[in-house]
Ligand binder design. Structure first.
Ligand code: UDX
Length: 436
């Protein structure tokens, strides 16, 4: 099938490449000429496992191309909208400028029978606002939210847990859902749950899922705060409650909390939208979720300060990690970098290492010291802080080896990734998050 994908950022570039890999003819469209040029050469503009291979194969096969020219969308059967919906500069609400611009740009090239499939995460009610403009051309608007995780984006796109399509109740809506079944044929063949619902529900499914995940993380981080004043161990608590299948162990990792381009902005946009709808109180807990999350960054900084008896001034502190999570070079709202900046502000000599995100971090915070090689970064450190649990750090760095490199023997495990007993046995003072 011929498809267009408007917006070639994280979501759109992966979607375009993934759709080409399952046999569609795809044109990716973006206003950023440099991004389009890189993608047209088959180069991934960000780090994402498997994306590079998919892009190269797609471009070489001729089934995948990229352009800045919206006119190239003409003739596609389905047009995916995958542009960003960032947090507004002066508030919590989502900025829909890019969604509106994408739709307006696309309108002249739509034909009757086309399907416009919104994938961006939007405030509930957005599809209802956009529909009249789109449907005046004879095209049909559906909302088809995307649940991909960075680091697993290709897998999540081709082989998702579920597909959700929000349609208008008329015949056109159901015909559009059938077209999307054809688009996602490999997942449909595997009997992946394919949920056809109304557009408002589809919009809400996405924000509800992210709100739930953020709440789960903040719940366990709240337990970590209680553990810290009682001598309990939140990691054992998480294991114990996680055995209850109704709760489940995943997303109960206490630490310095969540960041990235989705969870923080999505819970804020959800609160803002609920308030507009006169239902702010229904999701008032999300403010608390956000506040707990941000307090964990303070806690990590306090642990470093306390480890040095009250001041980090002129202490060499090495942070392992800059990305908001492993297997990503994304530093948007990264808790790791936030901790780094605060320690730097308190006069520490901060060194940061990361397998993928150094270039991005350096661009945003050039005042910090970046060292690509892990062991070089650890040399002469007075303290180590684990802030992003890459395998190179969590799994591969042993306390014995670290001790051959550093000056001090202080470790702050901001992701509860290490075995406290093993570090202590090797002579380190170990501090975890919510652990005695
Ligand atoms: C998230 C959702 O998982 C995904 O479904 C949605 O489409 C986009 O938002 P992503 O932002 O890629 O995906 O990251 P995710 O893996 O969910 O992690 C988010 C943050 O939570 C990271 O900073 C991670 O370190 C943190 N986290 C995760 C925890 O602090 N504890 C955990 O137990 C799990």
């Amino acid at each position: 099938m011929r498809l267009s994908v408007i917006g070639c950022g994280y979501l759109g570039a992966v979607h375009a490449a993934a759709m080409a890999s399952i046999g569609h003819d795809v044109v990716g469209i973006d206003v950023d000429r440099r991004k389009v040029d890189a993608l047209s050469r088959g180069e991934a503009p960000f780090f994402e496992p498997d994306l590079q291979e998919l892009l190269t194969a797609g471009v070489e096969s001729g089934r995948l191309k990229f352009t800045t020219d919206m006119a190239e969308a003409a003739g596609a059967k389905v047009h995916f909208i995958g542009v960003g919906t960032p947090q507004q500069k002066d508030g919590y609400a989502a900025d829909l400028t890019y969604v509106n611009a994408a739709v307006d740009g696309l309108l002249p090239y739509l034909s009757p029978g086309d399907v416009v499939a919104g994938k961006s995460t939007v405030p509930v009610g957005t599809a209802a606002d956009l529909a009249p403009r789109i449907e005046a051309t004879g095209a049909t608007l559906v909302w088809n939210p995307e649940f991909l995780r960075e680091g697993y984006a290709v897998k999540d796109t081709i082989d998702p847990d579920r597909l959700v399509v929000g349609v208008d109740s008329g015949d056109d809506g159901h015909a559009a859902a059938d077209i999307l079944r054809e688009v996602y044929h490999p997942a449909v063949a595997k009997e992946t749950p394919f949920i056809v619902t109304d557009r408002a529900t589809a919009e809400l499914v996405k924000v509800a899922a992210n709100a739930f995940l953020a709440t789960k993380i903040s719940f366990i981080n709240a337990m970590a705060e209680i553990a810290e004043v009682t001598g309990a161990d939140v990691t054992q608590l998480a294991d114990a409650i996680g055995h209850d299948v109704r709760i489940g162990r995943r997303f109960l990792g206490a630490g310095i909390g969540f960041g990235g381009g989705c969870l923080p902005k999505d819970i804020r946009a959800f609160s803002a939208r609920a308030e507009e709808l006169g239902r702010g109180e229904s999701v008032a807990f999300l403010r608390e979720v956000d506040a707990i999350n941000l307090r964990r960054r303070d806690r990590a900084v306090d642990l470093v300060i306390n480890a040095f008896g009250g001041s980090v001034f002129k202490k060499n502190v090495t942070l392992l990690g800059a990305a908001f999570k492993p297997y990503s070079d994304d530093i948007r709202d990264s808790p790791a970098l936030d901790v780094a900046i605060r320690l730097h502000g308190l006069g520490a000599w901060v060194t940061i290492t990361d397998p993928a995100a150094i270039e991005n971090a350096q661009r945003l915070h050039p005042q910090l010291n970046y060292v690509a090689d892990r062991d070089e970064a650890l040399r002469e450190a007075d303290a180590i802080v684990l802030v992003t649990e890459w395998d190179e750090y969590r799994r591969d760095l042993t306390p014995e080896h670290a001790a051959t490199l550093t000056n001090g023997r202080v470790v702050i495990d901001g992701r509860n990734g290490w075995d406290a007993a093993a570090w202590r046995a090797a002579g380190w003072t170990y501090y975890g998050m919510g652990r005695p």
